[in-house]
Design a protein around this ligand. Sequence first.
Ligand code: CA
Length: 392
Amino acid sequence: MVMTSLRVRRHRLPVWAWVLTVVAVALPAIATSRAQGAATGCTVTYTTNEWSGGFTAQIRVTNLGAALNGWRLEWTYGGDQQVTSAWNAQVTQSGSAVTAVNVAHNAVLAADGSVDFGLQGTWRTADPAPTAFALNGTPCGGTASPTPPATPSPTATATATAPAECAGATICSDFEDQTGSVPSGPWQTTAPDCQGTGKVSVDTSVAYSGTRSLRVDGGAGYCNHVFAASTRDLSSVGPVVYVRMRVRHTTALPTNHVTFVSMPDAAQGGRALRVGGQNGALQWNRESDDATLPEQSPAGVALSTPLPTGRWLCLRFQIDTTAQSMRTWVDDQEVAGLHVDGVATQNVDGQWLARRTPPRPTALRLGWESYGTGDDTLWFDDVALGSSPIGC
Ligand code: CA
């Protein structure tokens, strides 16, 4: 079949704004591109979120033919993209040729039905969206005129209650629903082991979005730890858990070990998978065996980063629950030393990979835990967690 009408659209989304009160907050624009072809067989919409060296793609396949029980979508990359992970499809790549096959729960694709899946990958020199697809061997594209997909409105409606880009995620919280002075409803104060001077509160004077955020007054000394825990059960989120949050620290990460994100981990019998600092730099820590990422050698620490103080930063990370694979970004810059890629690298993830069982986070706790010295006053806002990538 000859494709006579195939349109590639590449645009940058308009700046989002959402209105909660009198404050309208502009979010960073998300670069997207879409390739679309309509045909007798199928329509594919391919939407990317691209950054230097990496990208994610959300792919929607609409079946214009007879119902399928088992589907396979194929395309060829025009750049040097390399798929590194996928969700809701099994994706394999040979050279530039990519094949995505259904997983068990989405094998049936009805006539006029659609299926969504996604992938993440890397690129070096070019990342053009693919322009031709085939569904079960039948090319998508053809004589039909493609209808451009609906693009997001440049301004979200005034009824939005949360940042639009995490709507539908398991956790999507801007804390604007917190009307009391301490966490309530979907956030609950917890000090799992002992309780001291640390406290969490709802702050109405410092916020990244709207007028409210979560404030943590974290003290030094283990028993001054305190957290606000989301009430959401994360046990079924995945296979990759994606997390995005805004964090504002007052004090630089100390030399001694501290934690500000703690996730009970079923793979550690409920002990915590932690994000915090040590030797002045961001790090992961596993409570059960105290493994750190990166390893705390000078070379390992140098592969991580201190955190800025006095301003909001965007912290993002992803945790694969099916293989030892984790990545971490600060303000959209990937932190090289906080990348578990499954192959032990000296000074980075060798110690981490001593355990082959990947994490299985079951809950999210935000707060402060010190194991000696080190205190901080910090804030969290626009916290999101789900099974799909969430941008800053
Ligand atoms: Ca807020």
